[in-house]
Write a protein that binds this ligand. Structure first.
Ligand code: UGB
Length: 445
C-alpha cells in the first residue's frame, strides 16, 4: 500500500509531467507556426518574383557574367528590348530564316551575322562581352553590327531564363552557336572558363533548344584541335580524335559527344564545324598572326615555335570569308530537328565537317608575309614549342565539306593577310607606320 506522502509525491510528479508536456506542445505549436509562417513568406516571395519577372520586359536583364551564378535583375524599360529582338530576328527575305547567333560580338560571329543579315535573314546575337581579350574590339564589332541592324542581347549561355525568354519571343529556325572560350594555351591559366562556356554553356543552350517549339536546327563551332596528337595527314573526319593536347581541345571534343547525345535523345539536328586557325579582319588579338603584327610594328621580339626535331610548326590558316561561306552552307543544308515538346519524333541529322584551307603554311612563312606587308623586319627568335596545349601541325582534308556543302576555300595566306593588315592599320589608325601603300577600308569586314 502507498502512504499519503507517496500519493502526494506521485500527484506532484504527474502534475510536473503534465506541465512539461504542455510546455513541449506549446513549443511544438510555436515551432510549427513559425515554420509555417516562414514557408508562407518564402512561397509568397517566390510568387512575387515570378509574377514580376513574367510581367516585365526583358530589356531589362543585366547579366553578371563574372559571377558563377547568373542572376538576372529586372527593371522596366517599356518593351524596347523585345522590339529590338523582334525587329532583328525578322527576316527581310520571304524565304529568310531566323537565327539566334551566339558569340555575335566575336570574330567569326560578327562576320556570319553580317553575311546572314545581308542576304535577308533575321539575326539576333547573344554575347557576354567577357574580357578574355580587349572588350573594346567586341564593342566596335557590336557597333558595326548595329549599323547593319543586328541587335546583340547582352547575356550568357548559362542564363536559362534569358535563353527561354528569347525562344518564347522568337520561333528561331536555327542556332549558329559560336560563343566559346577560345584559345589553346590560355586553358592552362583558366581551365574553369572552358568548362563554363564550352561544356556547361553548350548543354544549357541544347536544353533550351530541345524544349523549344519548334526545335531549331543547330550549327556550331568545333575545332581542328580535336585531332590533337593524331599523326595521319591531312586530317579527315574519320581520323581518331581521342588524344586532345589541350583542355580546349578536350572541351570541343566533349561538345561533339554531347551533340551526339542530344541528337539521339531529343531529335535535335546538329552540325559541328571543325575550324582550322581562322584569321582575317576583325580577328582575335590573342591569335598569333594578330599579336605578331602588333609586335613587329612595335619592334618587339617574337618567338617562332619549333617542334622537338627542329622543324617549324605549321598551320592550315583559313581565311574568314571561306569560313563564313562554310557556315552558311551548313545552315542551308541543315535538316529540321525532329523533336517537339522535348521529345524525339524520329531520327535527326548529325554531321561533322572540317573547314580548313587544305594548304598548311609554316609559321615562319607567315611572319615573312607580314614583314613584306608591314615593310618591317621582325625580331624573330626560334624557340622549342612549349608543352602548353599546342600541336606541331594541322592540315584539313575538306573533301566531305566539299561534297556535302559545296565548301571550297579560295583565299591563300598572302591574300588573306593583306586584307587583315589593311584592316589592322585602319582600325588602329597607324597607316603612317606602314610605309607601303595599302588601300584602307574603315570598319568594313
Ligand atoms: O584551329 C583551331 O581549332 C584553333 O586555332 C587557333 O589555335 P592555333 O592554331 O594554335 O592558333 P594560334 O594560337 O594563332 O597559333 C598559330 C601558330 O603559331 C604558333 N605560335 C604561337 C605563339 C607564339 O608565340 N609563337 C608561335 O610560333 C603556334 O604554335 C601555332 O602553330 C585558335 O586560337 C584556337 O582558338 C582554335 O580555334
Amino acid at each position: 500500500m502507498s502512504s499519503p506522502a507517496d500519493t502526494s509525491k506521485s500527484i506532484k510528479l504527474e502534475r510536473y509531467k503534465y506541465y512539461i508536456r504542455r510546455v513541449n506542445t506549446k513549443k511544438l505549436v510555436n515551432a510549427s507556426s513559425n515554420l509555417l509562417f516562414r514557408a508562407t513568406l518564402l512561397i509568397s516571395l517566390i510568387f512575387l518574383f515570378l509574377f514580376t519577372f513574367n510581367h516585365l520586359p526583358l530589356s531589362s536583364y543585366q547579366f553578371n557574367t563574372r559571377s558563377t551564378h547568373f542572376m538576372s535583375f529586372a527593371f522596366t524599360t517599356g518593351g524596347a528590348w523585345e522590339k529590338q529582338v523582334l525587329h532583328s530576328s525578322t527576316p527581310r527575305h520571304p524565304k529568310g530564316i531566323s537565327v539566334l547567333l551566339t558569340g555575335a560580338a566575336g570574330f567569326i560571329g560578327t562576320h556570319c551575322s553580317l553575311a546572314l543579315k545581308k542576304r535577308g535573314d533575321g539575326v539576333v546575337g547573344l554575347d557576354n562581352f567577357n574580357s578574355y581579350y580587349d572588350p573594346s574590339l567586341k564593342r566596335a564589332r557590336q557597333a558595326l553590327l548595329k549599323q547593319h541592324h543586328v541587335f546583340i542581347v547582352e547575356g550568357d549561355l548559362n542564363d536559362t531564363l534569358l535563353l527561354s525568354k528569347l525562344f518564347d519571343l522568337v520561333p528561331f529556325t536555327h542556332i549558329l552557336h559560336l560563343a566559346a572560350q577560345a584559345g589553346v594555351r590560355y586553358a592552362m591559366q583558366n581551365p574553369q572558363s572552358y568548362i563554363n562556356s564550352n561544356i556547361a554553356g553548350f548543354v544549357n543552350l541544347l536544353e533550351v533548344a530541345k524544349s523549344a517549339n519548334p526545335q531549331p536546327s543547330i550549327v556550331w563551332g568545333s575545332s581542328s584541335s580535336v585531332y590533337g596528337l593524331n599523326t595521319d595527314n591531312p586530317f579527315s573526319e574519320l581520323d581518331r580524335t581521342d588524344q586532345p593536347a589541350s583542355l580546349y581541345a578536350a572541351t570541343k571534343k566533349a561538345g561533339e559527344e554531347i551533340a551526339h547525345a542530344y541528337n539521339h535523345i531529343y531529335g535535335l539536328s546538329l552540325t559541328g564545324l571543325r575550324f582550322f586557325t581562322v584569321y582575317g579582319p576583325w580577328g582575335r588579338p590573342d591569335m598569333t598572326y594578330f599579336f605578331f603584327t602588333k609586335y613587329i610594328l612595335q619592334g618587339k621580339h617574337i618567338h617562332v615555335y619549333q617542334t622537338k626535331d627542329g622543324k617549324e610548326v605549321v598551320r592550315d590558316f583559313t581565311y574568314i570569308d571561306d569560313i563564313v561561306k562554310g557556315c552558311l552552307r551548313a545552315i542551308d543544308t541543315a535538316e529540321k530537328s525532329t523533336g517537339s515538346g522535348g521529345k524525339k519524333r524520329g531520327p535527326a541529322q548529325l554531321r561533322i565537317y572540317n573547314l580548313g584551307n587544305t594548304s598548311p603554311v609554316k609559321v615562319g612563312e607567315m611572319v615573312e608575309i607580314l614583314e613584306g606587308l608591314l615593310n618591317m623586319k621582325a625580331k624573330k627568335h626560334a624557340m622549342k614549342m612549349p608543352i602548353n596545349g599546342d600541336v606541331p601541325y594541322t592540315h584539313a582534308n575538306v573533301s566531305l565539306a566539299y561534297k556535302e556543302l559545296g565548301y571550297k576555300p579560295t583565299t591563300d595566306l598572302a591574300k588573306g593577310l593583306k586584307k587583315f593588315v589593311k584592316w589592322y592599320v585602319g582600325y588602329y589608325g597607324i597607316q603612317s607606320m606602314v610605309k607601303k601603300e595599302i588601300p584602307l577600308h574603315h570598319h568594313s569586314p
